[in-house]
Design a protein around this ligand. Structure first.
Ligand code: URA
Length: 291
């Protein structure tokens, strides 16, 4: 399947079945080939360059704000060569933006999205002004507080959040009622959720009183509302949920509502943890869209 991007200028649309070079066609003739290692769909190339999110890139492309080699391209799935093709957004070239990772101590009451259709406060309101475009690494629920990362390094973000990763995330969860040892053992062994059984977890009781139990839960997965659903699966429910650690990175004493850029040493430690974690993420190919 090919998509017409501009008169007389066609980009090959379908991902190649092998790693053969892509052909860019002009009036049916091969204009040039694109090395498969440099090929990216236009929307992905823009988000990889740190210019904007993938959905913002798609919207800009569809709105005709993007030129490739001087010609408007309105097809977000057009394949380009990120080394050779010149991409302009609103007349400005895409520049390689340095990769950054930021840590936010998210308070409850903020949505993890850039744009909330219900106009609620978003986590972006808590980031300093003037940062390059950064995406949240996974998400925390509206009512969850704690460690949330942001980055413009989509490979690192994908590696941390990939379903195959076993990078451990630590939560402190205050549960309704008494959680007996047998229920804690169930949590540790894995409980059955509607989207399948959970992997073994580490569970530690931190405190208990007549009406609540506080657990530390360390899990190597990140499914939607996973901790809340795990606690419901043992017959309780979450009163408060707070993330304290992702891999080697601790929230520490970062004040609530504050963000800071990770140091090089912290980013290196995170990268090393992702690389050495068994079941780690394999880099995405261009074969499918992430969302
Ligand atoms: N698990 C949940 O249920 N919610 C979160 O926000 C994070 C993990």
């Amino acid at each position: 399947m090919t998509g017409v991007s501009a008169p007389g200028f066609r980009f090959q649309r379908a991902p190649p079945p092998t790693s053969r070079p892509l052909r860019i066609l002009h009036h049916g003739a091969i204009l040039r080939t694109v090395s498969s290692t440099h090929k990216k769909t236009l929307d992905r190339a823009m988000s990889r360059a740190g210019a904007c999110s993938r959905s913002e890139a798609r919207a800009a492309i569809l709105a005709g704000r993007v030129l490739v080699n001087g010609r408007p391209v309105r097809d977000p799935d057009a394949w380009i060569d990120i080394v050779r093709d010149k991409v302009l957004l609103d007349g400005e070239p895409l520049r390689a933006v340095p990769k950054e990772v930021w840590l936010l101590h998210k308070p409850c009451g903020y949505v993890t999205t850039a744009d909330d259709e219900r106009d609620r406060a978003t986590v972006y309101a808590l980031l300093p002004k003037g940062l390059p475009w950064l995406a949240p690494v996974g998400r925390l629920d509206l009512d969850t507080s704690g460690l949330l990362l942001f980055t413009n390094d989509s490979d690192l973000a994908n590696a941390i959040t990939a379903p195959t990763t076993k990078l451990q995330k630590t939560y402190v969860v205050v549960c309704q009622g008494r959680i007996e040892d047998s229920a804690a053992r169930q949590l540790a062994a894995g409980v059955t959720l509607h989207d399948g059984p959970t992997r073994p977890a580490k569970v530690r009781r931190l405190a208990a009183d007549a009406t609540t139990t506080t657990l530390e839960l360390v899990i190597g997965e990140g499914r939607n509302r996973q901790v809340r659903r795990m606690i419901e699966a043992i017959g309780s429910h979450v009163i408060t949920l707070h993330r304290t650690q992702i891999g080697p990175l601790q929230l520490g004493d970062e004040p609530e509502g504050h963000a800071r850029r990770l140091t090089t040493a912290e980013v290196d430690a995170l990268r090393a943890a992702v690389r050495t974690t068994p079941g780690r993420h394999r880099p995405r190919t261009n074969r499918g869209r992430s969302r």
